[in-house]
Ligand binder design. Structure first.
Ligand SMILES: Nc1nc2c(ncn2[C@@H]2O[C@H](COP(=O)(O)OP(=O)(O)OP(=O)(O)O)[C@@H](O)[C@H]2O)c(=O)[nH]1
Ligand SMILES: [Mg+2]
Length: 466
């Protein structure tokens, strides 16, 4: 029978799986994880016959032997977790060996010979989900914490692993369920028509629910930011000091700086962390009319970089008025969130023209890349541009992936439809269908109701051994 890739491990859930859970290569320790009903008997094939039996949640130092040829392979700390008190909910044995690829490969080969199967990517977490040890948002957060690029991203993922997202959804789902029951009973028992007071209460409850779901939906902006970060691109006329600012922000002499206009020809990008947010900073070729073929190609790339950026830092030079080229650039990027950076403030005054021109928007920062004056202020301006309320990331549980966001947004839409149907008296049946759909979306967030195809997609993104 042909089994689609994503259903492979769903079908073969009863066998015992094995994988190396630590990264490839040499290291202090390499961990082999075995999960399934034969875990203990498989592990015991590696022990000396006289070795004592495994005790739940106790680590013990053991010699591991080749099962057929009986030579010693390694000494390892062996830990056993008895079903259901394990990560996967099944019997799990972990062999913490020396981190040698040869040792690990030899042991894995022998465990496979003895009848274990190589785990698929994410299969340990999938089994934990199937056995009720984790809900879907917790399982996704395991991947997030492994992939976390920043401290803030790690904190968010840790909160989701502990189940905070699911926990925050409970009251919303509870209220939604109450509403559904109320409407269903009013449909079933016509004489139980809702009186005015009850109608008002329902309207209020529905408005509250909409606000809560909307807040979750909107939190994706910050959640995505903490997880994936932002792209910040420097733009401006040649020689205004873009590469110098690039280096100052990074705190390293990454880009070449000279007094020759047109020094930077290609895009240069580096990633750094700004208050816990991963920032990809891009230096570009200065924009001007150029007959030089290399410079023109660089300018073309600069323009393409504008499309992919989240924020532009438009660099102007202190003491100079805005040139025609700069006017064109300002027009070109008018729709992109940006911040005006006046560089070389050590040698020139910020011109009155620039001050009055950008006074309204307020996003001007004066810096000197030469002396580092104003660079911290520029960092703050970037953060402010990125998110108006970073405190949110510290105090709230956020939606951090596209799947969760899509479900939240759909739930929000259904609730709004329910509200409109209610105010326009389109009938209780229509209201209740919308409420049920809204609840279904929230259930899918944690995997209470999820199609198999979706499960395959989520878990296949995990690495092997997780
Ligand atoms: N006095 C002063 N000079 C600066 C400052 N920032 C940069 N410069 C000088 O300005 C010149 C150009 O600097 P770059 O950083 O290469 O300018 P750029 O905008 O990257 O130039 P292109 O790559 O040609 O587009 C260099 O000689 C820098 O030393 C500053 O804040 N003050
Ligand atoms: Mg440059």
């Amino acid at each position: 029978m042909f089994i689609p890739q994503f259903l492979h491990f769903i079908v073969l859930i009863n066998d015992t799986i094995v994988a190396v859970s630590t990264p490839p290569g040499r290291g202090g320790i390499g961990v082999i994880r075995i999960s399934g009903e034969n875990s203990v008997s498989l592990a015991r094939c590696l022990f000396a016959q006289t070795d004592s039996s495994l005790v739940h949640a106790r680590a013990s130092l053991r010699n591991l032997y080749h099962p057929r040829e009986k030579f010693l392979i390694d000494q390892a700390v062996v830990t056993y977790f008895q079903s259901p008190q394990s990560f996967t909910g099944e019997d799990v044995v972990e062999l913490s060996c020396h981190g040698s690829p040869v040792v690990l490969t030899c042991l894995i080969d022998e465990l496979l010979n003895l009848g274990a199967r190589s785990a698929e990517p994410g299969e340990f977490s999938f089994r934990a989900f199937i056995n009720g040890k984790l809900d879907l948002s917790q399982a996704e957060a395991i991947n997030d914490i492994i992939d976390a690029k920043t401290f803030a991203g790690m904190r968010q993922a840790a909160r989701q692993i502990s189940g905070e997202l699911s926990f925050s959804l409970f009251p919303i789902k509870g209220d939604l369920l109450d509403l559904i029951v109320l409407f269903e009973s009013s449909i079933e028992f016509v004489e139980d028509d809702l009186d005015n007071l009850e109608s008002l209460k329902i309207q209020q409850l529905l408005s509250r629910l909409i606000l809560s779901v909307e807040a979750f939906t909107n939190s994706y902006h910050t959640g995505k930011l903490l997880k994936n970060g932002v792209t910040v691109t420097l733009a401006g006329y040649p020689n205004v000091g873009k590469s110098s600012i690039f280096n100052s922000l990074l705190g390293s002499e990454r880009a070449i700086v000279t007094h020759v206009p047109g020094t930077t020809r290609d895009l240069i990008s580096e990633t750094f962390s700004l208050d816990g947010i991963p920032v990809t900073l891009v230096d570009t070729a200065g924009i001007r009319e150029s007959l030089d073929i290399v410079e023109s190609l660089g300018i073309e790339r600069t323009r393409r970089a504008f499309v992919d950026t989240d924020i532009l830092l438009i660099v102007l030079e202190a003491g100079k008025s805005i040139s025609d080229d700069e006017e064109n650039l300002l027009r070109e990027v008018a729709g992109i969130p940006h911040c005006i950076v006046i560089n070389k403030i050590d040698v020139g005054e910020n011109s009155r023209e620039i001050c009055s021109r950008f006074e309204e928007t307020g996003n001007i920062v004066e810096v000197s890349a030469l002396t580092n004056y104003g660079i911290n202020k520029l960092k703050q301006a970037i953060i402010q541009q990125v998110t108006t309320d970073l405190r949110l990331s510290q105090s709230e549980v956020l939606i951090t992936n596209a799947r969760q966001h899509d479900l939240m947004r759909r739930s929000f839409d259904y609730l709004r439809h329910a509200q409109v149907s209610l105010t326009e008296h389109l009938g209780d049946e229509i209201v209740v269908i919308n409420l049920q759909n809204a609840l279904k979306c929230l259930d899918e967030m944690t995997g209470a109701t999820t199609v198999e195809e979706m499960l395959g997609e989520i878990f296949s993104k995990f690495c092997i051994g997780k």
